[in-house]
Design a protein around this ligand. Structure first.
Ligand SMILES: Nc1ncnc2c1ncn2[C@@H]1O[C@H](COP(=O)(O)OP(=O)(O)OP(=O)(O)O)[C@@H](O)[C@H]1O
Length: 268
């Protein structure tokens, strides 16, 4: 089962946001990283794959176009967790994650309870299981949102900046766990992420979007993350190191020019 995107375009009103985005593949059992500067269209792309945005083009799972699923079916197979999505509903952490599980699974209750407990443990949330959502810190709330997404067990799980509120320990812990989970459950996991060192370390495959809503490169982290490409797409000088005995490192050194052209205030 491969997720494929071809010839995908999205407009907001008369403004093109994604232009002929294609050649994207994501495989089960692997983590795919979606990277690119602010406004490149990463969220729009993930939202389109999930069927939340209207688009022209093809998004398919193997030979099946996702458009051929009805809304409920598509939501069961493909789940998108937006950026900053933690909820403050009047529920405990345990209740919130169990509720998410039961929106897609009506299986054996004992099995569901076990799955929720196990997921909370994996995300180091078991100590907060009885706590109300409104009483969590930002990072705890983000981990609950990830738990809610994962217990749904979609075939394609897309997470928009899932580590943006996390401390260094939890960034590593969550990404390690997502990699292991993708492998164990044979899920396609796509994450949008700004930290290129983490993206290089944890993903097997990368999609790089550039300004203008176009794909700039796809491939392994080594193929995609070259210093020349970072200069072109992110307008930065950076060192990219692939040490044999340590994780890869992308070190931004300086910004080279403004991203996205002349700013309007310069016209005054
Ligand atoms: N509802 C909307 N109406 C009009 N334009 C929009 C709308 N939502 C997003 N955009 C524009 O679409 C472009 C792509 O936005 P998107 O959120 O997909 O980018 P992104 O790559 O996820 O950015 P970031 O890294 O900042 O999260 C941006 O220029 C944004 O201003």
């Amino acid at each position: 089962m491969t997720l494929t995107v071809e010839a995908l375009s999205v407009r907001f009103g008369s403004t093109p946001i994604l232009r002929d985005v294609g050649g994207l593949r994501a495989q089960p059992g692997e983590l795919t990283a979606l990277i690119g500067p602010n406004g490149a269209g990463k969220s729009t792309l993930l939202r389109s794959i999930a069927g939340i945005e209207r688009y022209s083009g093809q998004v398919s799972l193997d030979e099946t176009l996702l458009d051929s699923f009805d809304i409920a079916e598509r939501a069961r197979h493909v789940y998108y967790l937006p950026q900053d999505s933690g909820t403050r509903a009047a529920l405990s952490v345990f209740e919130a994650v169990l509720l998410a599980r039961r929106t897609t699974h009506v299986s054996d209750r004992r099995h569901d309870l076990q799955r929720v407990r196990h997921t909370l443990q994996s995300l180091e949330l078991e100590a907060y299981a009885e706590r109300d959502l409104g009483q969590l810190s930002g990072g705890q709330r983000q981990r609950v949102a990830i738990a809610q997404a994962v217990v749904r067990e979609p075939r394609v799980l897309m997470l928009d900046e899932p580590t943006s509120a996390l401390d260094l320990h939890h960034q590593l812990q969550v990404l390690e766990w997502l990699v292991a989970m993708a492998r164990e459950r044979n899920m396609i996991v796509v994450i949008a992420i700004h930290d290129l060192s983490l993206a290089a370390r944890f993903s097997r495959h990368m999609w790089l979007m550039g300004n203008g809503g176009r794909v700039q490169a796809v491939g392994t982290p080594r193929e995609v993350l070259t210093e020349a490409r970072l200069r072109e797409v992110y307008a930065i000088h950076a060192h990219v190191d692939w040490p044999a005995d340590e994780p890869p490192r992308v070190t931004p050194l300086s910004a080279t020019r403004s991203l996205g052209g002349t700013s309007s205030w310069q016209n005054f």
